[in-house]
Design a protein around this ligand. Sequence first.
Ligand SMILES: Nc1ncnc2c1ncn2[C@@H]1O[C@H](COP(=O)(O)OP(=O)(O)OP(=O)(O)O)[C@@H](O)[C@H]1O
Length: 255
Amino acid sequence: MSAPVILVDRVSKRFGDVLAVDDISFDVTQGSTTALLGGNGAGKTTTLAMLLGLLLPTHGRLSIFGEDMLRRRYRVLPRMNFSSPYVDLPRRLTVAENLRVYGLLYGLRDLPARIRRLAGELDLEALLRRPYGELSAGQKTRVTLAKALLNDPALILLDEPTASLDPDTADYVRGYLERYRNGTGATILLASHNMTEVERMCDHVLMLRAGRLVDRGTPDQLLERYGRQNMEEVFIDIARERRLAVDAQSRQAAK
Ligand SMILES: Nc1ncnc2c1ncn2[C@@H]1O[C@H](COP(=O)(O)OP(=O)(O)OP(=O)(O)O)[C@@H](O)[C@H]1O
């Protein structure tokens, strides 16, 4: 079996009195799409930020492509990228200028051709000359996705990749990401509140609650474990700590 693309080993992150991430460990295998789920404030964005090297963990070890993110992130950052609705791009630059600046930061060759291709695929042509700050929320989401794919990343971290997208565009973007993953063997880790997205795209789910990793498995395993029909119901069970009740029922049934 190939080495995991992401390895998180007993990682915690404290902000003053708040323990945002509490001793979590997981790994993500190459070519998979893994969902990081949890209610508001569960620690998803903090975990993604540590994986990007934007935040330092208080404890623990994170490695990506076998490289320690604390000491050698410069070796892996060129092979990864991210998008988040919470991280704005420079607002006064046009969409084309933004993509050019990020492309230059990655030192990409054939940049105009890449930008043209992504603009075509993500329906951005009509937006290329407009300042990023003037775009609607859904338009910004598509631009940040284009930014996230500029360097053909082998690992993509996505914070709510379809936030603010209308159902038709969200469906297109999910299909686009699936095709990208299948075509390139890329690995995707995404935080999402959209359980339809998780059921469709993800082969593994990590459930966070109050900074702790409280359950994990494939969507099918979780549906079976909680006796539910869909991931929305599983999410609510886990968020409301119904797992214990489920376990107790199964123990009772086994007697
Ligand atoms: N820079 C910070 N300073 C202080 N506390 C922070 C900081 N960033 C996050 N936190 C706290 O850490 C906890 C986890 O926040 P985080 O943003 O990781 O949650 P999340 O799972 O992404 O939530 P949401 O679904 O609402 O986006 C929260 O209690 C939050 O208030």
